[in-house]
Design a protein around this ligand. Structure first.
Ligand code: F6R
Length: 604
């Protein structure tokens, strides 16, 4: 959420800053900007909208400088326009910021004698540093003292006109990495932004701040004490993920799922011995309870895992939305394992929940896609999903990999807690091994689903129903539809509809029913009939046996391959992803970068 990048060196930095911004665009794309120091003078270009707008601006009016900072924005305070776009300038100081300054109104009040030009919280930072410089403080002291006055979450890059060879930066609550080069130093919101610039990264810790020159960097901790932080070598400069033959990243990422699920599995099972293969640090016999915390799509993976851990491992499971968790002061039972589920590993609320549990002495694990992320670094155990970079803002392959990893963890839990026999373990692992093949077969329904999506895209509102492990997939199907097609959609446990929402069903309302032929099939079909008899247009997503029993009840029918009950939710996911995707394409929305969204949500 908001991406920042900075370079201080001896050559022109503009082009490389723009390249870095493109790598960060997934973090927000409502405006962008770049500022450089040119002969000791601050100059900037900013543009509303995506980075291509900024490129167009730069092509008319270029910028040269050997130190610069750049930003791609996801608006929090102030509408997305050029005036509110970063970098913000005040006197001698230019700043880019990711996060929220919670006490910005108080600071604005204190500095009411100054001329504020934007509606942002960020602008107080440039004013603060400039004000302190005006009082005669050195840039280092002005920056350090400014940080002490700020409340909230931030990652900053700051340049000052009288100090052209320096970038000042800080991190508290929002991610920031330093990159070490030859005669150049860098800052960036993530490793991907810096991938083309440096393979030597330093992840700043909470409260750290630093001063960079082309040849050096000095890092200070929360107490302004000079500190060393380890250098992480990242495997060198991966090319920016490409769409290849696919029209959208989302489509490409959906098609990658047979492979990504296979990669996830390779971490957690031994396919020859048909047993789960867990990291040594994770012994489920030490725990009676699991607390799984996540946001959005990742939370639906967590909700599915609740069924698995309860049924397979007999463990009590609490699942909560991260933004609610710590504010309700949860009672944390002894012998609990906390699992944060997060594609990015940076989501502010999930990270805060992890820290809350860690402080309370609970053992923590982070199931993440980005292994260099803050969660992976701070949790006691980092659990990879290995789905590879996910660029489409709507999560697809990360979700099915999260499900796969959680399913394998549940089997491991059942095994070490002895709630399943070794034969049962073998059966469950076998089911997992079949997942990539079944997902591949499900993707072959693409063209059929595309046709059905045409009618579906005319809807104003849609419902998704499921039971058991299909319930969270109904939630996910509805979320995918709303976020990329902007059609209002709700997912419900099928049995819950008659407790109120059924009032919304009228002639032609589309209802997507997820009903593989399992132990709950008949009950789900009864719920289907309740809505069908009130005029709903039914899209039934089932398997061959389910189709045999209920195809006559469906207006549209999607027949997925037969899957074991255990992994059926992963297979059903493919159908709801394709349905949302094709609906959005029919409607002509921006599938990979839907309005108002950002991929990595680093503010609360
Ligand atoms: C929806 C989506 C979001 C994320 C959520 C959590 O398609 O991608 O709901 O799942 O913002 O993000 P991570 O997994 O990075 O913590």
């Amino acid at each position: 959420m908001c991406g920042i990048i900075g370079i201080v060196g001896k050559q022109n930095v503009t082009e490389r800053l723009v390249d870095g911004l493109k790598r960060l665009e997934y973090r927000g794309y409502d405006s962008s900007g770049i500022a450089v120091l040119n002969d000791g003078k601050l100059e900037r270009r900013r543009a509303e909208g995506k980075i291509k707008g900024l490129e167009a601006r730069l092509s008319q009016d270029s910028l040269d400088g050997q130190a610069g900072i750049a930003h791609t924005r996801w608006a929090t305070h102030g509408i997305p326009n050029e005036t509110n776009a970063h970098p913000h300038f005040s006197g001698r100081v230019g700043v880019v910021h990711n996060g929220i300054i919670e006490n910005f109104l108080d600071l604005r009040q204190e500095m009411s004698h100054r001329n504020f030009t934007s509606e942002t919280d960020t602008e107080v930072v440039s004013h603060l540093v400039d004000e302190l410089l005006g009082q005669g403080l050195t840039p280092k002291d002005a920056f350090a003292l400014s940080l002490k006055k700020l409340k909230g979450a931030y990652a900053f890059g700051v340049i000052i006109d009288e100090h052209p060879d320096h970038i000042y930066c800080a991190r508290a609550g929002s991610p920031l990495a330093l990159g070490v080069g030859d005669d150049e130093m860098y800052i960036g919101s993530d490793a991907m932004a810096l991938a083309q610039l440096s393979t030597k990264l330093i992840y700043l810790e909470e409260g750290d701040w630093a001063i960079l020159t082309p040849e050096s960097y000095v890092i200070y901790d929360l107490n302004d004490k000079e500190v060393e932080r380890p250098i992480t070598i990242i495997s060198g400069g991966p090319a920016m993920a490409e769409k290849g033959q696919y029209r959208h990243f989302m489509l490409k990422e959906m098609y990658e799922q047979p492979e990504t699920i296979g990669r996830t599995l390779a971490n957690y099972i031994d396919e020859y011995r048909l047993v789960s293969n867990m990291p040594e640090a994770l012994d489920f016999s030490e725990f009676d309870r699991v607390i799984i915390i996540a946001c959005g799509t990742a939370c639906y993976a967590a909700m599915t895992a609740k069924y698995w851990f309860e049924q397979i491992a007999g463990m009590a499971v609490d699942v909560d939305i991260a933004s609610e968790f710590r504010y309700r002061k949860p009672v944390l039972a002894k012998r609990s394992l906390f699992i944060a589920v997060s594609q990015s590993g940076e989501t502010a609320d999930t990270l805060a929940a992890l820290r809350y549990c860690k402080e309370a002495g609970v053992k923590t694990a982070a199931l993440v896609n980005v292994m260099t992320s803050t969660m992976a670094r701070e949790a006691d155990i980092a659990l990879p999903i290995n789905a590879g970079p996910e660029i489409g803002v709507a999560s697809t392959k990360a979700f099915t990999s999260q499900l796969t990893a959680l399913a394998a963890l549940a089997v491991a839990a059942g095994t070490s807690r002895k709630t399943i026999s070794s034969e049962q373990q073998n059966e469950l692992v076998k089911a997992l091994i079949h997942t990539p093949r079944l997902v591949k077969q499900s993707l072959r329904l693409d063209a059929d689903i595309e046709k059905m999506a045409f009618e579906f895209s005319k809807a104003k509102s849609a419902f998704y129903l499921g039971r058991g492990t299909q319930t969270p997939i109904a939630f996910e199907g509805a979320l995918k539809l709303k976020e990329i097609s902007y059609i209002h959609a709700e997912g419900y446990a099928a049995g819950e509809l008659k407790h109120g929402p059924i009032a919304l069903i009228e002639d032609g309302t589309p209802v997507v029913v997820l009903a593989p032929f399992d132990g709950l099939f008949e009950k789900t079909i009864s719920n289907l009939q309740e809505v069908a008899s009130r005029g709903a247009r039914i899209m039934l997503i089932t398997d061959p046996e389910g189709a045999e029993h209920a195809s006559s009840l469906a207006d549209d029918l999607i027949v997925l391959p037969k899957a074991a009950d255990f992994i059926a939710p992963i297979v059903t996911t493919i159908a709801v992803q394709l349905l949302a995707y094709h609906t959005a394409v029919h409607l002509g929305t921006d599938v990979d970068q839907p309005r108002n969204l950002a991929k990595s949500v680093t503010v609360e």
